[in-house]
Ligand binder design. Structure first.
Ligand code: G6Q
Length: 551
């Protein structure tokens, strides 16, 4: 047994779980009318309600003991102090420096990184303002009307999510596009609608070696040069965000237009850096900085609130309670705000790439589950689709229901109906429908006798499905910043308790490496024999069909 499972706090939770796992939250509400007050936290614009979870006061006490045992507070300090907690890559985890709004230094190897961070932020301001105010001109002297962010994974999902989330704040005469897929359809579909003279490409790649991004960047360059016919024109149409400045300049990006990022920022935590340039151009640098402000406010909460009132800590602990004790290995993210449509995709990467690990920090294989499968969709869409499984299926799927108190456009008829769904679903997941309630409903609908008895079992809902409800005032840049930082820190807390490194991603690197090996084998028509029979068969079939098609 691993030291985690063997540890006093874990063992105490296991014993406690055996006692409380069958309790129904409906009954817990009945005996404790103050449950909502006891199990909710309010900070700034946020209300985090976790009273519908399968926890008692004692459960939470024991979970906080687990956090103390893992020294979560100490690890928070280590992260903020720039210690190299990403030990497999010997890197600090300092994305929090990117949104540091205070005066304090953020040190890495004894040197304050803030001057460099502020310098790149100023560079972002200059470029985004120049583009927005039409001062930035393309090679023919025309202003920019379209921005294309070329990047993948962490260099794409954050800006995609944030740009959509802040859509109401964006200027409308500027199209912001994202190309991530190396499938030619993505770039072709995008470029089809654009004009080289008025398009600005942002090449986002921390490493500047990711094949998918480089192939897309080259296609964009060829497309552009076909019209511009002069490499000197690249300077006003291609900018880059990277840690590999040399490679970007070799590509043809002018050194002045390279925005630095650093190895102490993980791709999936990089939307706060110049990786967010497309978002900054869309909404303006003031709004972008408001997003940083919101994230910083959440950082301060995370650093200073006691564990018992610390939202990311509570979120992380609840996740562990279900994943490791209830063996519920899936978690749903259900936003009720159209502009948060890409939040589930974004959090899927943030969470699953961070905590999808099975080696602990000591290099030992873990014997407990780590990161759950994260999935989700806009709540309203989900209600008409997969919620069925959550209500009546055999899986226990804890969920986060996320909603704004008021919408940006303030059309009350829409928003009230939306919110009625938020409250109704959270209540239904928790309460379910008892046999008695289902019977009464059927009787009211005129069912009697055998017909009623036959239908009755299908109309019963077990309930006891745990949800957190996260409400915030309106989806502003500031609330978005806080919301994302809240999830980043939740992921951190879980990684610490599971004793894994949340900040490397060897699985992602493997994908990059394997594709690189196979690429040359796709040349010519010769059959391939260097792999297992399935891989050989698939590659050979592909080559055969390709040559038939090309004949
Ligand atoms: C994120 C991951 C991964 C990465 C992409 C793109 O944390 O490491 O999603 O962001 O593979 O990498 P580059 O930015 O280096 O092109």
């Amino acid at each position: 047994m691993s030291s985690l499972i063997d540890s006093p706090a874990w063992q105490a939770l296991q014993t406690h779980f055996d006692v409380v796992s069958d309790l129904h939250v409906r009954d817990l509400f009945e005996v404790d009318p103050k449950r909502f007050e006891e199990f909710s936290v309010q900070i700034n614009d946020f209300l985090f309600d976790y009273s519908k979870h399968r926890v008692t006061e004692e459960t939470m006490l024991r979970l906080f003991d687990l956090a103390r045992q893992a020294d979560v507070t100490g690890w928070i300090e280590r992260m903020f102090q720039g210690e190299k907690i990403n030990h497999t890559e010997q890197r600090a985890v300092l994305h929090v420096a990117l949104r540091n709004r205070g005066e304090q230094a953020m040190k890495l190897d004894g040197k304050d990184v803030m001057p460099e961070v502020r310098k790149v932020r100023a560079q972002m301001r200059d470029l985004s303002e120049a583009v927005r105010t039409r001062k930035w001109r393309g090679y023919t002297g025309q202003p920019i009307t379209a921005v294309v962010n070329i990047g993948v994974g962490g260099s794409d999902l954050g800006p995609v999510m944030a740009t959509e989330a802040l859509r109401p704040y964006a200027i409308h005469d500027l199209g912001i596009h994202f190309v991530s897929n190396v499938d030619e359809n993505h770039i072709s579909d995008t470029l089809e609608r654009l004009k080289p003279e008025t398009t600005l490409f942002i090449l986002v790649s921390k490493s500047f070696t990711t094949q998918d991004t480089l192939v897309n960047a080259n296609t964009a360059r060829d497309w552009f040069l076909k019209t511009a016919e002069d490499e000197a024109a690249l300077a006003s149409h291609f900018v880059a965000v990277t840690d590999n400045v040399e490679a970007a300049t070799l590509f043809g990006v002018s050194a002045d237009n390279v925005f630095k990022m650093w190895d102490w920022v993980g791709g999936r935590y990089s939307l706060w850096s110049a990786v967010g340039l497309s978002t900054a151009i869309a909404v303006g640098m003031d709004q972008f900085e408001d997003m940083l402000q919101g994230a910083w406010e959440m950082d301060e909460h995370f650093k200073t609130a006691p564990l018992e009132k610390n939202i990311p800590v509570i979120m992380g602990l609840l996740g562990i309670w279900y994943n490791n004790f209830f063996q519920a290995h899936t978690h749903a993210v259900l936003p009720y705000d159209e502009h948060l449509r890409y939040l589930p995709d974004y959090l899927r990467q943030a969470d699953m790439e961070s905590n999808g690990k099975s080696m602990d920090r000591n290099g030992e294989g873990v014997d407990y589950s780590t990161g759950p499968v994260i999935f989700g969709q806009l709540g309203i869409t989900g209600q008409h689709a997969f919620y069925q499984l959550m209500h009546q299926g055999t899986e226990l799927i804890p969920a986060d229901i996320i909603a704004p108190v008021s919408s940006y456009y303030c059309i009350q008829a829409h928003h009230r109906l939306l919110m009625s769904n938020v409250f109704a679903q959270a209540e239904a997941f928790m309460k379910g429908k008892t046999e008695q309630e289902a019977r009464a409903e059927l009787e009211a609908d005129g069912y009697v006798g055998e017909e009623l008895e036959k239908l009755l079992p299908y109309k019963i809902f077990p309930g006891n499905k745990p949800t957190s409800t996260i409400l915030f005032n309106t989806l502003t840049p500031r609330t978005l910043g806080s919301l994302i930082a809240m999830y980043e820190h939740k992921i951190f807390v879980q990684g610490i308790i599971w004793n894994i490194n949340s900040y490397d991603q060897w699985g992602v690197e493997l994908g990059k490496q394997l594709a690189k090996n196979i690429l040359p084998e796709l040349e010519g028509d010769a059959a391939v024999t260097s792999h297992d029979s399935s891989t050989n068969g698939l590659i050979s079939y592909y080559k055969q069909q390709r040559s038939i098609r090309d004949r």
